[in-house]
Design a protein around this ligand. Sequence first.
Ligand SMILES: Nc1ncnc2c1ncn2[C@@H]1O[C@H](COP(=O)(O)OP(=O)(O)O)[C@@H](O)[C@H]1O
Ligand SMILES: [Mg+2]
Length: 209
Amino acid sequence: MIITVGNTKGGVGKTTIAVNLAVEATRDGKKVLLVDTDPQGSSMAFRAEREIDDIKAITLVSDKLHKDIKEISTAFDWIIIDAGGRDNAVFRSAVAACNFFLLPVLPSQFDIWAAEDAIKAFKEIQPFNDMSGRLVLNMVRPNTTVCHEAREALKTYQEIIPLLHGQLHNRVAYKASISNGLGVSEYEPSGKAAEDMKNFYQELLQTIS
Ligand SMILES: Nc1ncnc2c1ncn2[C@@H]1O[C@H](COP(=O)(O)OP(=O)(O)O)[C@@H](O)[C@H]1O
Ligand SMILES: [Mg+2]
């Protein structure tokens, strides 16, 4: 399974979600490779901080990723691609490389508009690929009006890329854990972020299968 966590907009939580997914899948017994295609290299920075050598990570800022990844992928159960930056050939290659495209969006109208580039890329590439995709709301403040409004607004894209039921809330544990090379479920196993992440991972497993 190749999962691309991508959005052409920065700061929406692509790296946070990619590395936490990598941790959840690893704890679930999967062999995971993190591929960082974002020149910012945040997923690699996470790997650099991680003391345990369970999650493998490489940087591949390549517009041929969709062609090269297939052979690499046989050595892993899950490949998680952290795809950021602009809507360029590297980003599109990362979308074309996956079986499942996960698009994190923040609950604001500006962020929804900004997600349209990535939604468009997914829509254009999907017919040529055997893949599905989902939006996921990140950094949500529970039960706020903006959150409900964002869910309504994202229904516009339901036919192209539906929204996951679960959402990730704004929690300090994400920042603190990543700088220690840990996922939230390792950093604070009984915390709220860990609970969110566990539910998110389970919903993802069901969606993918
Ligand atoms: N659910 C969350 N709760 C709190 N902070 C978050 C959450 N998701 C991401 N962040 C923080 O937001 C910032 C941007 O996240 P990051 O994963 O680096 O985004 P991207 O990779 O899309 O640029 C980081 O400082 C990160 O710690
Ligand atoms: Mg990033």
